[in-house]
Design a protein around this ligand. Structure first.
Ligand code: URA
Ligand code: SF4
Length: 210
């Protein structure tokens, strides 16, 4: 199959999330498939009105094949409960669908490495296909990689966190709005974890209740 240096040659013309998920397993749209265990596609109900967008799967997600099932996911789950959002009603996915890592000096531990802009752009066709399948109303952007995947590389989360913003027009109203906030991993690393966590919950409370 011809590749254009991105995922587009692997994305089927389908609005069935299960079909997209299955096809994503054989994506070679960038080099990240080589060292990762498997593709970690988005997960959640097909009728979800809200999408939560992270950066990329971590070590645990790579092994289990599901998004946000590691430490960041546990923190996110708690924050969602506190913000009154039911995780079972939202679709959770990542800007990049393969785990990128380096090996620690001892060769055992796999250390998360931020995806490059080229990898984010290469993986975008999957994200756009997920939006095309779900037609979400709102996408919550968890951290800079997620925000910049949709809003461009100069977008600053710190200046707009917690604000409901119109989504770029190229998305044709699916979603109509985005809500940038920080990544749950940044809360785990913050010097003052309690206040970082409270700020994340406050941002998530901007999600309109139905
Ligand atoms: N961090 C992310 O951005 N996504 C995951 O799925 C897990 C951790
Ligand atoms: Fe394909 Fe995305 Fe994986 Fe790259 S990261 S191989 S574009 S699914």
């Amino acid at each position: 199959m011809a590749t254009r240096g991105d995922a587009s040659g692997f994305v089927p013309d389908s609005t069935d999330p299960a079909r997209l998920r299955e096809a994503s397993r054989s994506c070679k749209g960038c080099g990240l498939y080589r060292d990762a265990t498997q593709t970690v596609f988005g997960a959640g109900p097909a009728g979800a009105r809200i999408v939560l967008l992270g950066e990329q799967p971590g070590d645990k997600e790579d092994r289990e094949g599901e998004p946000f099932v590691g430490p960041a996911g546990r923190l996110l789950d708690r924050a969602l409960v506190e913000a009154g959002i039911d995780r079972d009603e939202v679709y959770v996915t990542n800007a990049v669908k393969h785990f990128k890592f380096t090996r620690a000096a001892n060769g055992k531990q796999r250390i998360h490495k931020k995806p490059s802009r080229v990898e984010v752009v290469a993986c975008r066709p999957w994200l756009l296909a997920e939006f095309g399948a779900l037609h979400p109303e709102l996408v919550v952007l968890l951290g800079a990689t997620a925000a910049q995947a949709l809003l461009g590389p100069s977008f600053k989360v710190t200046q707009h966190r917690g604000e409901l913003l119109p989504a770029p027009e190229e998305l044709d109203g699916h979603p109509g709005q985005v809500l940038p906030t920080v990544h749950p991993s940044s809360v785990l690393r913050a010097p003052d974890r309690d206040s970082a966590y409270a700020d994340l919950v406050a941002d998530l409370r901007a999600v309109p209740s139905r």
